[in-house]
Design a protein around this ligand. Structure first.
Ligand code: IDP
Ligand code: MG
Length: 140
């Protein structure tokens, strides 16, 4: 086991419902620590760039519009096996398939408006953290 950092985004469907605290509580109860955090509204360039890996997927344009539709909270989460742990706490992309007690089972509205993003591997975590945070903004 190793201490890792991962990039988390609380998505616009969740900020709209004022449940950022409930979500952060699940990360903290799950053993992760918020070591950087800011609330912002994504520009079109940011939303398109962040999800560029999904450019060819049929849901890409809708996803970009959704992610720009309201404020998001971007965070760096730290802990033992943080990348995998965060994805366990989030649950399956599709809330209908997510395990009980996961963020997406508890809070997601549907497969698109699913409340949270989390990096899926060490390489993407490093790239996604650098997309939003300067090293000086991450305080462990
Ligand atoms: P992940 O967020 O669980 O890693 P990805 O496959 O990387 O899932 O998809 C990125 C995001 O794109 C999802 O979190 C969700 O918001 C959206 N998305 C994924 N699949 C679909 C779909 O089939 N329809 C609509 N939106 C989708
Ligand atoms: Mg993903």
């Amino acid at each position: 086991m190793a201490v890792e950092q991962t990039l988390s985004i609380i998505k616009p469907d969740a900020t709209a419902r004022n449940i950022t605290g409930k979500i952060i509580n699940l990360f903290e109860e799950g053993g992760l620590r918020v070591v950087a955090q800011k609330r912002l509204r994504l520009s079109k360039e940011q939303a398109e760039g962040f999800y560029a890996v999904h450019k060819e997927r049929p849901f890409y344009n809708d996803l970009v519009s959704f992610m720009m539709s309201g404020p998001v909270v971007v965070q760096v989460l730290e802990g033992e096996n943080a990348i995998l742990r965060n994805r366990e706490i989030m649950g399956n992309t599709n809330p209908d398939e997510a395990d009980p007690g996961t963020i997406r089972k508890l809070f997601a509205e549907n497969i698109e408006r699913n409340s949270v993003h989390g990096s899926d591997a060490p390489e993407t975590a490093a790239t996604e953290i650098a997309f939003f945070f300067d090293p000086s903004e991450i305080v462990g």
